[in-house]
Design a protein around this ligand. Structure first.
Ligand SMILES: Cc1cc2nc3c(=O)[nH]c(=O)nc-3n(C[C@H](O)[C@H](O)[C@H](O)COP(=O)(O)OP(=O)(O)OC[C@H]3O[C@@H](n4cnc5c(N)ncnc54)[C@H](O)[C@@H]3O)c2cc1C
Length: 477
């Protein structure tokens, strides 16, 4: 790591009014580098934790004057380190995590460094909920800027479909509002390619009444039930109910015991109706069944025990066209289990498949926001977790191998159905540089290039799925 010279640091100190600064020799510096995955930790030259937009603006201009690399940290969940910098400046928004609720208008505003926990809990106090992430410690920042799927997406669409406005500090230091009436081109780009244009100081979301609890919990099965579970999940999409959602998880049981198939279920309705909706799943005699009425905010804590901080992680998106072939799922399940059972250091890994009713999401025209992956394709994750840094490349290569199998399956399926092969895929599950996923911006690329050239012509914001431009801008990537 190169040192930033002390005169430059003193110049920054004199410009910042309220921010906290960490340099490699200061107490708290190491703690400020911690990310959800140890693979995301990098040794920044300086970390600035602002509490207001003015200090973000000052830090941004200072980084450019000193030709420093720049990273913005929201919730810190990037496994590829896109919210970290080797030797440069990190603008760490973790102190900007205030959430305010306008109860009358059902509107929630979250600062750019808040997590979904803060949003869920602030909304719950007033019987409101926003469309947010299903693991509540993820940041509102990254998740919103790349689209945002949550349990309420079947009913209300993506997080970006409920974004009303955002306050953004641009590369030139200006602080602007982006909304349907102000800086509309920026607002369009923020919704699906949003890490490319500036630092988002706050997000304002439409929220919805959610006074009643929801029917949700975990079902656990022995692996022999896999095909029947797939049939039930496929059926849920063939006869969709916007209030229903599910995730299927391939993982080892507690203490790395036997392979299991888990279903995390969600139904936004009564107990009675929920039981009906999950009847085909409970009929398969799960060995574990925690389905019950719980508060909406609690649903987004159910995966937390498996998604703890620490260790090295890789998070690779897989995308599939329903119905998912049970035979294909079986092959993946068997291969995955054989590997994670053979390698003790991988036992906490999992494959997570989402089953979301995409109708509401696909009602929004493809050209209405920058997100190019509005299509019936479902999303999933290959989640690897290990401790030995010397195995990073090997484990990632293995995950890419699994990812490639899903890609071949998807391409074959979409081609067979007469659709476009190589359909755009969900940006938030496609971290750059280490993925077989290659179509992110689809038909929205050209418009994005124009907006990038206008708002960030020197490519200050280039860490997460940088918009491919001409040579002069690409140089920094
Ligand atoms: C455990 C886990 C669960 C997840 N669950 C879901 C889910 O349910 N639904 C879903 O859609 N996705 C989900 N994701 C994917 C998630 O949306 C992305 O990983 C997202 O980028 C994380 O955002 P973050 O702010 O926590 O991460 P960070 O690492 O802080 O940021 C990710 C990127 O966004 C940029 N960024 C963050 N905040 C800002 C800001 N305020 N202004 C400008 N740039 C910013 C960063 O610079 C970085 O490039 C999950 C990921 C994990 C690891």
């Amino acid at each position: 790591m190169s040192q930033i010279n002390s005169a430059a640091i003193e110049a920054l100190r004199s410009r910042l009014k309220n921010a906290t600064i960490y340099t490699p020799d200061s107490e708290g510096y190491k703690k400020s580098l911690i990310r959800w995955s140890d693979t995301g930790t990098k040794y920044a030259g300086i970390v600035v934790q602002p509490v207001d937009a003015a200090d973000i603006s000052a830090a941004l201009l200072w980084a450019q004057e000193n030709s420093l690399d720049l990273a913005v940290k929201g919730g810190g969940h990037s496994t590829a380190g896109t919210s970290s910098s080797d030797g440069g400046l990190v603008i760490d928004l973790s102190r900007m995590n205030q959430v305010t609720v306008d109860v009358a208008k059902k509107i929630i505003t979250a600062q750019g460094g808040a997590t979904w926990k803060e949003v869920d809990e602030a909304g719950a106090v007033h019987g409101l909920a926003a469309v947010g992430g299903t693991v509540n410690h993820t940041g509102v920042g990254g998740l919103t800027l790349g689209g945002g799927y949550g349990w309420l997406s079947g009913q209300y669409g993506l997080t970006i479909d409920n974004l009303l406005s955002a306050t953004v500090v641009l590369a030139d230091g200006n602080i602007v509002t982006a909304s349907a009436t102000e800086n509309t081109d920026l607002f369009w780009g923020l919704r699906g390619a949003g890490y490319n244009f500036g630092v988002v100081v706050d997000f304002t979301y439409q929220a919805y009444e959610q006074k009643d609890p929801v029917f949700s919990g975990i079902l656990g099965y022995t692996p022999d039930k896999l095909e029947e579970i797939m049939d039930a999940l496929n059926e849920s999409l063939a006869n969709p109910d916007a209030r229903f959602g599910a995730m299927c998880i391939f993982a080892l049981g507690p203490e790395g015991a036997e392979p299991m198939v888990l279903v995390l279920g969600f139904f936004n309705g009564s107990h009675e109706e929920g039981e009906e909706k999950f009847a085909s799943f409970t009929a398969l005699k799960p060995v574990l069944n925690t389905l019950d009425m719980i508060p909406y905010s609690m649903v987004n804590t159910l995966q937390n025990p498996q998604a703890t901080y620490g260790d090295r992680k890789s998070f690779k998106g897989i995308f599939y066209e329903p119905p998912l072939d049970p035979k294909f799922a079986r092959t993946i399940f068997n291969d995955f289990m054989a590997k994670i059972q053979a390698e003790e250091d991988l036992t906490n890994s999992a494959i997570i498949l989402e089953f979301t009713d995409m109708r509401k999401i696909c009602e929004v025209p493809l050209t209405a926001t920058a997100l190019a992956s509005r299509n019936p394709t479902q999303n999933g994750i290959i989640y690897l977790r290990w401790t030995d840094p010397s195995r990073d490349l090997e484990h990632r290569a293995w995950a890419r191998g699994i990812q490639a199998k899903w890609k071949v399956e998807l391409d074959a399926r979409t081609k067979h159905q007469g659709g476009e092969s190589n359909v755009p895929q969900y940006i938030n599950y496609a971290e750059p540089g280490d993925s077989v996923v290659n179509n992110i911006y689809g038909g929205n690329l050209e418009r994005l290039q124009g907006i990038k050239a206008k708002y960030d012509p020197t490519n200050v914001f280039h860490k997460m799925q940088p918009i491919p431009m001409g040579a002069s801008v690409d140089e920094k990537q």
